[in-house]
Design a binder for this molecule. Structure first.
Ligand code: FMN
Length: 300
């Protein structure tokens, strides 16, 4: 690891409280012979915890910034705040709905760009932060992604509708095509027909914008990282007054049809983990939707 990337400790400021040593997950900080803090030249995951815990701001990590560079939020107002009440947080969480009825209003690019940055405050495996985001602020581009997805499903439906193809596929690749035929064929056919004949968008629900969350396959936990960033985006969007909906059909299509990641300008090693339709909701919910009762196992 380059010396420039390691935490740098200002010995004049450091009060040797050792708090940084206590929080370092990589154990690269230790007490030197003179009671000072020594940084060992070893792998640092740049988690920034040492810098965050230091009471006298004696630690610099040039590779990191605590400023997200948001355009729509004054970060000075949020930095240093201890947090929101659980009740306020729960209110946002419970109010978030999968929006399936959007207005035609476009979403400001500054909001979409901020959502992506807020997404990156999520945890990531070994702090790899290997995510990649694609912002589609224009309805025309959302439609283009919808068309590419529809092209994939048109082809899949054609294969699935053919009993001989299903039989061969079952022998060669197992039951997945037969299962698809049973579960999704009719719904997908209706969706494509609605789009072709009436221009009804059952895929993106008429959303004017979208955010695609992808991650580099060399990251330790690309799927988890992407989905955690995704949830941040969904909640932040809710708090901004935006509606969102995850579009899993695009994610599934993109796994099998390389034209979709190519259309989104993603590299060969970047896989798509979520596609978020985004826009202004045309529906106002009066109350939170219910949830099934959960019965956790409690180990006593
Ligand atoms: C992985 C995943 C994929 C989803 N894909 C779609 C989709 O393609 N289209 C859609 O309308 N909703 C999709 N949803 C939304 C779910 O149907 C929705 O989250 C669920 O019904 C609960 O409703 P709520 O989000 O309003 O709480 C998806 C959700 C998840 C978690």
């Amino acid at each position: 690891m380059s010396h420039l990337e390691l935490p740098a400790i200002d010995a004049d400021l450091c009060v040797a409280c050792n708090e940084c040593i206590g929080v370092c997950p990589d154990r690269i900080l230790e007490t030197g012979v003179e009671g000072d803090i020594v940084v060992r030249d070893e792998q640092c995951m740049l988690c920034g915890h040492c810098q965050a815990v230091c009471p006298v701001e004696a630690i610099a990590i040039p590779a990191l910034t605590s400023h997200l560079g948001l355009q729509t939020i004054d970060e000075e107002q949020v930095s240093g705040l201890p947090g929101v009440s659980t009740a306020a947080l729960l209110q946002v969480m419970r109010a978030r709905r999968s929006c399936r009825l959007f207005t035609n209003d476009p979403v400001e690019l500054s909001l979409l760009a901020d959502l992506v940055k807020i997404g990156t405050t999520a945890p990531s495996g070994t702090n790899s932060q290997g995510w990649q985001f694609v912002i589609l602020p224009k309805r025309a581009d959302v439609k283009r992604l919808g068309e590419a997805t529809a092209a994939f499903y048109r082809d899949l439906n054609k294969k699935a509708a053919n009993p001989l193809y299903r039989l061969i596929s079952r022998l060669v690749a197992g039951k997945s095509l037969s299962n698809y035929y049973k579960k999704y064929y009719v719904t997908i056919k209706q969706g494509i027909d609605d789009w072709d004949t009436h221009g009804v968008d059952r895929l993106f629900h008429g959303a004017s914008a979208a955010i695609v969350v992808a991650a580099d396959q060399s990251a330790s936990c690309p799927a988890e990282d992407s989905l955690l960033a995704t949830q941040n985006i969904l909640l932040a969007a809710q708090s901004m007054g935006l509606g969102t909906c995850l579009i899993g059909f695009v994610v599934e299509a993109a796994k099998r049809d390389k034209r979709i990641p190519t259309l989104l300008q993603l590299g060969d090693n970047e896989h798509i983990y979520s596609v978020i339709a985004c826009g202004y909701s045309a529906v106002t919910y009066k109350r939170a939707a219910g949830r099934r009762v959960v019965t956790p196992i409690i180990i006593t």
